[in-house]
Design a protein around this ligand. Structure first.
Ligand code: PGA
Length: 269
């Protein structure tokens, strides 16, 4: 058992020293029965080497969290459980909301914060995103902070400015020990769910811009530890192009993560 455990240990990227993180953002898809099936199938498809290559987090709808927690525990699966959102207050009269401490109690380790769909459809502002980052850290979890420019902003040459302001606003208040634990997902809005991913050069440029914000706030060492994912129409064919980029440490995958076979192929790419 110990030997097996050792063989399966997560290994950092030898080039960067950072641990890779590949995340499945299921959005509002898969009920708890479908979620159990998909997770079982994914676990069947993955080999020990896949878990050494990257940490794999699954972000299902809230109603799937408890059944998946039990499944992951009982079958000793090596997935990290993630959430797609949380409220910034720990408890209170916020009908319909779920707090960070509630998620932590379910062994959730990663929480997506500020996804562009939340910003667009649920009017999440930079201030709300910032409060959620703080709430996630207060519950000892890791935020996956989503940032990205719209097509219009891109066409007007405002990509860098948008990324800088979103990142700065979400993290500038953090102590360096927390700043270095952030995961930031660079998700150009025009690439999400569109079938048109960013070009690797654009993804690298976005990731580099994000890392440079951490560098200007806390210096090279902290910036060198922050993990940056790319997200937006990732599929088994383009996944490797992004994973080879200097500043990309992982992927945030939406529609292609709903099918365990295609998500497994992304991880194995
Ligand atoms: P997509 O979604 O992979 O379907 O483009 C990515 C995301 O929204 O995180």
């Amino acid at each position: 058992m110990d030997k097996v455990k050792h063989d399966m240990e997560l290994r950092p990227n030898p080039r960067t020293g950072r641990y890779r993180l590949i995340s499945a953002n299921w959005k509002m898809n898969l009920n708890h029965l479908e979620a159990i099936q998909a997770t079982q199938k994914l676990s069947f498809l993955l080999r020990p080497a896949d878990y050494s290559y990257a940490e794999i987090s699954i972000h299902p709808p809230f109603t799937d969290l408890r059944p998946l927690q039990l499944l992951i525990d009982s079958d000793r699966m090596r997935f990290s459980l993630g959430a797609q959102n949380c409220h910034f207050e720990p408890s209170g009269a916020f009908t319909g909301e779920i707090s960070a401490p509630m998620l932590a109690k379910l062994n959730v380790s990663h929480v997506v914060v500020g996804h562009s769909e939340r910003r667009q459809y649920f009017f999440e502002t930079d201030e709300i995103v910032r409060a959620k980052v703080e709430a996630v850290f207060r519950s000892q979890m890791t935020p996956i902070i989503c940032v990205g420019e719209s097509l219009e902003e891109r066409e007007q040459g405002q990509t860098e400015a948008k990324l800088r302001s979103q990142v700065e606003s979400a993290v500038s208040f953090l102590a360096p020990e927390l700043a270095e634990r952030c995961v930031v997902a660079y998700e150009p809005i025009w690439a999400i769910g569109s079938g048109v991913s960013a070009k690797p050069d654009d993804a690298q440029h976005g990731a580099m811009t994000i890392r440079s914000v951490f560098e200007s706030l806390w210096g090279r060492e902290v910036a060198g530890k922050v993990r940056i994912q790319y997200g937006g129409s990732v599929n088994p064919t383009n996944a490797a192009d992004f994973m080879h980029l200097e500043d990309i440490d992982g992927l945030l995958v939406g529609s292609a993560a709903l099918d365990p076979e295609s998500f497994a192929r992304i991880i194995q790419a």
